[in-house]
Design a protein around this ligand. Sequence first.
Ligand code: RIB
Length: 300
Amino acid sequence: MYDYDLLVVGSANADLVIDVERRPTAGETVLGGDLAVHPGGKGANQAVAAARLGARTALLGRVGDDGHGRLLLDSLRAAGVDTAGVLVGGAPTGVALITVDPSGDNSIVVSPGANGRLAPRDVRAAAPLVHACPVVSTQLEIPLETVVEVVRNLAPGSRFVLNPSPPRPLPSEVLAACDPLIVNEHEARVILDDARLGEDPEDWAHLLLAEGPRSVVVTLGAQGALVCDGSGARRVPSVKVDAVDTTGAGDAFTAALAWKLGSGAALAEAAAYAARVGAAAVTKRGAQESYPTAEEVGAL
Ligand code: RIB
């Protein structure tokens, strides 16, 4: 029996969000709406999304000893995330500067701050926590060597889920552990050699699978997702909703998928549920504040 359903190892950021009519080009200034400050970061977002769905969730991360760090700890605890693994201090809390356009699409610049100080030794020190979870999920707003250390410290039989965002080339040791590797088109193009890629997501999934992961999920926004493992590729539909803000929807998708896989669902079934969670998340503003409960997903 595990103590938790899911451990997320990853970032926590204060999201500084401004609505804009359009993004500025180089050298240009545009006026936007009022500044909003939300709890975010791909790791904290995943943890909050899973906890809100009902998963027993813990986060291993690092925030600064500052107001943004307290904002994040408050949000995590309010959602029911176990924050005993969230280290405090060493650098200011990570910050994400986000613009959201009228279609709900965003652009993000992240200053990692304390996330960049989450070190391999922090993973080794948290080995009992890592071993207390059947599924461990990470992203790339923390140092890659820390993600490698997570892979090296997994308990036998536990499952490793990676959303390589922001994307960078990955060592084969990490790729081989992924079950699944979860990417959008942009991430797929970075992980693979862009020149090899055509326009068919099924080809991307097969090329990614050939790099070593046990399974691959390609997210396709409003078009749903594509799941691929040794038994072949399958399309998973999305739910049609009116998008207000897509920020953090991918994190909610990953968290829901990871939790469902840990509770025994097949990959396509878990991805179909995750697509509903991601769809619900785009209907509200912000990242963590937009995440649905299981009841809200059921009503979608
Ligand atoms: O995926 C969305 C997240 O990316 C935001 O919450 C922001 O913090 C950045 O990490």
